[in-house]
Every structure is written in structure tokens, then in C-alpha cells.
Design a protein around this ligand. Structure first.
Ligand SMILES: [Zn+2]
Length: 481
């Protein structure tokens, strides 16, 4: 920084030792922090490398026939011979079963969503097996975890036979450049080495188009735009409804999530997944508004909100619960409930007449019992899972075919994937009267999932306006968002 003061260099007569002493002291003070910081970064890299090694080891375990055999669920509980449980879908093959079970084991241990854990295991195996030079450099602290993530982004889906040459070419760059700079260099180098043209790769990339809704904090969410959570959710729900309406001849989702769509020429048949259709609806609404074909006209998104009665009456600041999201501010909760065409009281006491058990009379729970468990659970009760209860299935914790009753204390929401995991793997579950679900993993660890609203069974002493009593409202959101 320029100042009017002479520097020690410009000041004749100053002792030569004055500057070196000050510089040394400053240098030493900063180096005392920077040197350990560099050392710390090296250690963190080494720790990341070790975690990748462990996860890759787990991945290898999941390929061993003896381990896979140990991961299979109890043959009775899988329900293979029971007509009431065939809805879990066809059994996963060995690879799928092992990957999902081990991912859930990691998800429980590290408090992650099982999809995140599965991705971590996949990436770790990719790093250790396909990018050994990068794994070694990470273990030695020569590159950071951020560099490895860039390399994984660049190489995911790249042909395995170009990876050794790519690694050798770009590793020296990773040791010198920032992760972002390195990512650009690596992408350029891969493009040079790639046997498939960029055009063909772009065509494949386009098939992966999709819309993602991501909850955030403070009542907000990302629909790749930062929006109020209820608006983001209603917008996403509208995209789902539009996507479903895109093909009149469509008979809902085909088993593989594919559907037919008449092409431009009329004769050609175009196949699109639900992900692709949601993305197309998003694109068309964004680029063209309501298109000539009337895309989205009259279709509205729906959100579900649970509001404590006293909040609704303006006598409490207790937050409302937006399904699939969590607490939202009382003002928004009141606004949503105020515009709802239909309310369901949560059945928290006997006067409401909620049936809490039908014992062994019926496998399928009656509607009010379903709503009770929906409001109690809010989401799938799988380890680390956030899928909404309304998009999940109701599972008998003690299986129906083993004498389990149809009662709120034995029913819990599980999404299709978690439901299948429970039945087909050696994970087991136990349920408490409040709805808490304890999962015991193949390694013997137990993880308990508490329900969002542990309302429990009713007691006769609960007053009608008890704060635990709530209303659940579904508001149809008027387009556009
Ligand atoms: Zn789930």
C-alpha cells in the first residue's frame, strides 16, 4: 500500500537490521499458522483417501456371493408367497440388493440419505479402482478432495480405457491449479481423448434432463430458483401433474417409467421418462408460457399443511408443518389453511372417532387411520429418507403374514425403495407406540427414526382445543408460479 511515509529502504541512515528483524517477525508469525494449515490440508486429504478406501472395500464386499447371501431377508418376511405383500414389486437382483443394503448401513452410520451414501460408495469405488493415481496423490496430500470431486465429475460416464492416459496427463495440473481451474483443464483433455464425439455425448446428456426440488432452511426451498417452500412445492407438484397429462394415451407409469408420446410427424413414437416429461414441462412453461397445445392449462399444484388449532386461531406462534418439508411460519400456515377447500381434523382424541386398530379384520387400513399415520410420519420412515408420506406405502411393521395387526402402532410409512429394503434385505424393524421406527442393520447397529409428529394414541383427558389438535389442509395452487 502506498503511503507518504518513507520505507525503510528509502530512509538513509536506518540500521540495516531494522527491516529484516521486522519482516522475519511478521513472516514467522504468519508462517506459524500457514505451515500447520498446509499440514492440516494434507491430513484432511489423507483422511478423505482413507474414507474412500474403506467405502471401496465395502463395495467389494457387496460383490462377494457369501456376503450377498447374508444380506438376503427372511424368506417368509419377503412375502414371496403371500398375495398381500406382492405389491413390494419384483425382488431386486443380488447386485441391487447388496448395493442398497450396504448404502443404508452407511447412511445409518454417517447420518446420511441412503441415496447420498450409495453415491459415496459408487464414487469411492470409482476413485480407488479407476483413478488409482488420484487416490494415491490424495493419500499423500498432494491434491485436495475438491480436486478429486472435479475429476470424478469429469470422468463419470467416461470410457474406462481412456482414464489411465487422462490421469497421467492431468494429475500434474491438479497439483498446481485450483480445483475449478483444474476441472476445466481435465474436461478439455478428456474431450481430446474421448472416442465418442461431443454431439453424441450431448444427446445422451439430454436424456438425463430432470427437475429437482430441494428443501432449504427458514421456510425456503430450491426449485433451482430460491422460493418459499410452499410455492416451490406447489410448483413442483404442478409440474408432476402436467407431466402426467402430457400423454393422453399413457396408461400411467409403465414398469420401467417409460411412456409413449406421439412424435411431431405423428408416426414416430417418442419415449420419455417422468423425469424427462417434468423437465420438458418446466422448459416449455419457462420459455413459452402456456404453449399452443395448452400445456398446463387448468392444472394446479397441491400442497398439504398441518396447522395447530391455536395457531390457526391466532392464539399461538407454533409453526405449521408443510408435508415433505417441515415447519413453516404461522402466517404462511394460516394463509394456506385459509384458502383450503378441504380440512381434515387430526384425530388425536376419541371424540373424533378415529379407528386406531382394526386388528386382523382388514389388511388395508381405513382412510382415517391412513390420515392419522400420514400426519404422524409426514415422510417415509426409512433411514435418512425424506420421501413424503403421501408418496409412500403403509407397511405393517410386524408383517401381516406373521400375524401383525392393522393398527397405528404397527403401521408406518415407507417409500417403495425403503419398503422393499425392509422386506428383501436382512434389515429388521421394530415400532414403538408413538410411531418411532427402529431399524437394525445387517452389521447389528440400531437406528431409530422418530415420527415428525409423535402424536401417539389418544387419551380420554385431552381437551377438544388442545394445542396438539391440528387441521390438515390441502390448498390448490393457482398457476402460474
Ligand atoms: Zn424411503
Amino acid at each position: 500500500m502506498a503511503t507518504s511515509n518513507a520505507t525503510p529502504e528509502d530512509a538513509p541512515g536506518e540500521p540495516d537490521t531494522a527491516r529484516p528483524v521486522g519482516v522475519d517477525a511478521t513472516s514467522a508469525a504468519i508462517a506459524a499458522i500457514i505451515d500447520p494449515l498446509i499440514d492440516n490440508a494434507r491430513q484432511m486429504s489423507a483422511i478423505h483417501a482413507e474414507r474412500a478406501r474403506l467405502l471401496a472395500e465395502l463395495h467389494r464386499l457387496g460383490e462377494q456371493p457369501a456376503i450377498i447371501a447374508g444380506l438376503r431377508g427372511d424368506p417368509v418376511e419377503t412375502g414371496a408367497n403371500d398375495p398381500n405383500t406382492h405389491a413390494h414389486g419384483p425382488a431386486w437382483d443380488d447386485v441391487e440388493l447388496a448395493e442398497r443394503t450396504l448404502a443404508t448401513e452407511v447412511a445409518g452410520a454417517l447420518r446420511l440419505h441412503s441415496t447420498t451414501a450409495r453415491m459415496m460408495i459408487f464414487n469411492a469405488a470409482h476413485l480407488v479402482e479407476k483413478l488409482p493415481l488420484f487416490h494415491q496423490a490424495l493419500a499423500q496430500g498432494r491434491i485436495s478432495w475438491a480436486h478429486v470431486l472435479r475429476m470424478q465429475d469429469v470422468t463419470t460416464g467416461a470410457p474406462a480405457d481412456v482414464l489411465p492416459a487422462l490421469e497421467a496427463a492431468v494429475l500434474p495440473k491438479a497439483e498446481k491449479l485450483t480445483a475449478t481451474q483444474f476441472g476445466r483443464v481435465a474436461a478439455r483433455e478428456l474431450d481430446r481423448l474421448h472416442p465418442v464425439s461431443l454431439q453424441e455425448r450431448a444427446d445422451v446428456g439430454a436424456t438425463l434432463r430432470r427437475v429437482v426440488l430441494q428443501p432449504d432452511v427458514d421456510g425456503m426451498a430450491w426449485l433451482n430458483a430460491y422460493l418459499k417452500a410452499d410455492e416451490a412445492q406447489a410448483g413442483y407438484d404442478r409440474l408432476i401433474r402436467i407431466a402426467k397429462s402430457l400423454n393422453d394415451a399413457d396408461t400411467a407409469d409403465q414398469p420401467a417409467d417409460w411412456t409413449t408420446d406421439g412424435g411431431e410427424g405423428g408416426g414416430e413414437v417418442v419415449l420419455r421418462t417422468m423425469d424427462q416429461r417434468r423437465a420438458d414441462a418446466f422448459r416449455d412453461l419457462l420459455l413459452d408460457g402456456e404453449c399452443a397445445g395448452g400445456l398446463g392449462r387448468g392444472i394446479r399444484g397441491t400442497v398439504h399443511v398441518t396447522v395447530p388449532v391455536l395457531t390457526l386461531m391466532g392464539k399461538s406462534f407454533e409453526p405449521g408443518m408443510l408435508e415433505g418439508y417441515g415447519p413453516i411460519d404461522p402466517e404462511t400456515a394460516r394463509r394456506l389453511a385459509g384458502t383450503a377447500p378441504r380440512w381434515d381434523r387430526i384425530l388425536t382424541h376419541p371424540e373424533t372417532g378415529c379407528m386406531l386398530s382394526v386388528g386382523r379384520d382388514s389388511y388395508t387400513p381405513p382412510a382415517d387411520m391412513k390420515r392419522y399415520t400420514e400426519i404422524r410420519d409426514q415422510t417415509c420412515q426409512g433411514i435418512g429418507c425424506n420421501r413424503t408420506a403421501t408418496k409412500s406405502e403403509i407397511d405393517h411393521t410386524i408383517p401381516w403374514n406373521k400375524g401383525g395387526p392393522t393398527a397405528v402402532g404397527n403401521l408406518v410409512h415407507l417409500c417403495k425403495a425403503c419398503h422393499r429394503l425392509k422386506h428383501q434385505s436382512s434389515f429388521s424393524t421394530r415400532q414403538s407406540p408413538t410411531g418411532a421406527l427402529s431399524w437394525t442393520s445387517p452389521s447389528g447397529k440400531t437406528y431409530t427414526r422418530e415420527p415428525a409428529n409423535p402424536i401417539g394414541p389418544p387419551t380420554p383427558s385431552v381437551a377438544a382445543a388442545h394445542p396438539a389438535e391440528s387441521v390438515r389442509a390441502a390448498r390448490d395452487e393457482a398457476p402460474p408460479f
